[in-house]
Design a protein around this ligand. Structure first.
Ligand code: FE2
Length: 285
C-alpha cells in the first residue's frame, strides 16, 4: 500500500486537499445472506481483496487527520450483503465520503448474471441506503470546484446523466468528473491492450480494455461477451462527446482497472486512476 500525491490545477477559489480511493472490494458476508454468499466471500473473493479493510481504515484515518473528504469511485463492496452494507454505513456515518457507484455495488454473486439496469435495480435501493449521496449521479462543491459523480459501471452513460452534468455546468464552476469505469482514451486503450505489464496489469490471453466508450472497431478483437458488455450506446457516445468538449470539465477521477495511471481524457484534462491498494492524496488548486 502506498500513498500517492498529485496536484490538480483546475481553478479552485482556495487550494484544498481530497483523498481519492477506489475499488476497495469489501468481502464481508454471514449466514443472514445464506451459505452461497458466505462461500463466495470466504472461498473465492476475499483472497483477492484481503487488504480491503486495511486500505479503508488507512484512508479513513488520513481523512480524519487531514480533515478532508474521501472521494471514492466505486466498488467499495465486492458484492451485496448485509455485512458489507453495514460496514459501508458505519464508514459513511463516521467519515466524509462522496461516492460514485461501480459495477460491483450491485453484484449479487459476482458474474452470475448479465448486468444491466434491471439487474442493478434488484439491489439499488438497498445499496443506496448505505451512502450519503445519490450514488448514480450527484455533485458536491468544494472551494468553488464542482465534483460530479456518475455511475458508468455498466460501460454506459444515460441521457439523464448528461443532462445532469449540463445543468451543473450552468453553475459556471470548474468540474471534476468522478466515474468508476475510465473513459476511453487512446493511450489507456493501448496500455490495457498491448502494454499491460508495463502498466502493472496482469498479462492475459485475450485482453480487452474495460473502458466506457471504446468504439466498435477497437473492440473487434474482444471475446464476444466482452464486445457486447463494453458496447457504447448512442446516449453513451453523446455523453462522452459532451464531456470531451465541455471546457468546464477539468479532470476525471476513476478506478475499475485496479492500477495507478495518469492519462488525459483530452489534451489538458487529466484522467487519473487509483488502484485498489493505494491511496491518492490530491491537492486541488
Ligand atoms: Fe473493481
Amino acid at each position: 500500500m502506498s500513498i500517492l500525491y498529485n496536484t490538480l490545477r483546475v481553478g479552485a477559489e482556495k487550494p484544498f486537499t481530497v483523498i481519492h480511493i477506489s475499488d476497495t472490494h469489501l468481502t464481508y458476508a454471514d449466514m443472514r445472506d445464506g451459505e452461497r454468499k458466505v462461500k463466495l466471500a470466504e472461498e473465492e473473493r476475499s483472497q483477492s481483496f484481503f487488504h480491503a479493510e486495511e486500505v479503508l481504515q488507512k484512508a479513513s484515518a488520513l481523512s480524519k487527520e487531514l480533515g478532508v473528504p474521501i472521494l471514492h469511485t466505486g466498488d467499495l463492496i465486492d458484492f451485496v450483503s448485509l455485512a458489507n452494507l453495514e460496514r459501508v454505513k458505519g464508514f459513511t456515518d463516521e467519515y466524509d465520503c462522496f461516492f460514485a457507484a461501480g459495477n460491483h455495488e450491485f453484484s449479487l454473486y459476482v458474474g452470475e448474471a448479465w448486468e444491466d439496469a434491471d439487474y442493478r435495480n434488484q439491489s439499488l435501493a438497498k445499496v443506496q441506503a448505505a451512502f450519503k449521496n445519490d450514488i448514480r449521479m450527484s455533485s458536491r462543491i468544494i472551494n468553488g470546484v464542482n465534483f460530479v459523480a456518475l455511475d458508468d459501471g455498466y460501460y454506459l452513460f444515460e441521457d439523464a446523466q448528461t443532462e445532469f452534468v449540463k445543468n451543473e455546468a450552468k453553475k459556471g464552476l470548474p468540474m471534476v468528473l468522478m466515474v468508476h469505469n475510465p473513459i476511453h482514451e487512446p493511450k489507456l486503450y493501448e496500455a490495457t491492450m498491448f502494454r499491460r505489464e508495463e502498466y502493472g496489469l496482469h498479462p492475459v490471453k485475450n485482453p480487452c480494455a474495460y473502458l466506457t466508450g471504446t468504439p466498435d472497431e477497437l473492440r473487434q478483437c474482444y471475446e464476444p461477451m466482452r464486445f457486447r458488455q463494453q458496447q457504447p450506446d448512442e446516449a453513451t457516445y453523446r455523453a462522452i462527446e459532451y464531456f470531451r468538449t465541455e471546457p468546464l470539465i477539468k479532470a476525471v477521477l476513476t478506478g475499475h482497472l485496479h492500477v495507478n495511471y495518469e492519462g488525459e481524457l483530452v489534451p489538458g484534462v487529466p484522467q487519473i486512476i487509483t488502484s485498489t491498494e493505494d491511496i491518492r492524496v490530491i491537492r486541488v488548486e
